[in-house]
Design a protein around this ligand. Sequence first.
Ligand code: ARG
Length: 463
Amino acid sequence: MTGKQEKPWKGRFTAATDQLVEEYTESVSFDQRLYDVDIQGSKAHARMLARVGVLTASESDAIITGLDQIHDDILRGDFSWSRTLEDVHMNIEARLTESIGDVGKKLHTGRSRNDQVATDIRLYLRQGVDRLSAELKTLILSLLDLAEAEYDTIMPGFTHLQVAQPVTFGHHMMAWVEMLRRDLGRLSDCRDRMNIMPLGAAALAGTTFPVDRNYTAELLGFDAPAANSLDAVSDRDFAMEFMSSAAIIMIHLSRMSEELIIWSSAQFSFIDISDTYCTGSSIMPQKKNPDVAELTRGKSGRVIGNLMALFMIMKGQPLAYNRDNQEDKEPLFDSLDTATAAVRVFAGMIPQLTVNSGAMYRAASSGFSTATDLADYLVRKDIPFRDAHEIVGKAVQAAEQAGCDLSDMPLQSLQQFSGEIDGDVYNVLTLEGSVRARDHLGGTAPDQVLAAIRKVRKQMASN
Ligand code: ARG
């Protein structure tokens, strides 16, 4: 990066900017990634200016050709960014005038960097949201495949991380699917509100030129021009909404990570994470660590932190634009990059999981996971639920003392706790019977899991 050009706003200044201030205030080191959308926005603005007669057709054409050339130059790496020119906007504008001459100076007519940057971030984030949504869909599809493959694999379901009731692994995967589908919905909601065009707001009050904002909005694929110029240049609520959605995605991935880490431990051994998604220890030769899951859990911290940063940046700002807003970019870009990478790496890791159904089954067989089924059995024999709960509690105590599970107890022993217990009790004490019995919408019965998978697949195919 160089630091020599003249500043476009030099007119009212008599002294040059202090070097430290130049370093302190620049944003080009991190906003140059906006170059593509900045050029799109400038081209649309130039076309609009020609349409309303502020520029001639040939002036607009020269500007557009010049901008296309700059785009190519940047792509080829043939563009030297200057810190003196502060940001991506002034770098590109200066280069335009350098290459096409004075007509380049007409591009900024009826525009300010305030509405320009507000437009750029929306365009950039819109693309980012679309990419992230596509990655999320891929991840959801891989979870659906896993759920389908393991739709009747029995595992212990947990509350308080204590064995609670048996569930199917497919059902557990479908819980993750539901979480991520709501994330998709949140991204789509914030995209709708984001897709409003600031251009025409100029610095804050609008412009004296007869701009056709509907036309520019149409060229850039915005749903409409922003309704209020002060609001258009100043608010970053669309970024806060996106960053909230990204933080929730990361929280979901972090919780999934936590489960993957626990499940892949030697003590659980429910799953094996592919070697390609793990790393080893430099000192302990036996180690295979679930780093991708751990890092995702860790990275959720920065995405949540980024959201807090933007909240703080915004909370004290009066209308309209303040330079504080320049601080929106680094946290925003980091949240977008981090969430996209995390979702992508998960989508790669999930299809490579190996499920150890034997270990899951054994774990579900201990811990009295079918105790509720026994209580429900007694209720069906007309014992009030509270009494049934107590009876089963006593039976569990006895089984614990005998060092066996409820289903291992002989009928006579069980009958000591209630005369209503018959030989058919063993149907409900088995894990298969337990999951099969939860046979309603949203329940863990294997047939219900298959139905849920089918339903989601259909919904995803139709939008
Ligand atoms: N780099 C600035 C930003 O990101 C662009 C807008 C500057 N506007 C201004 N009036 N100084 O917010």
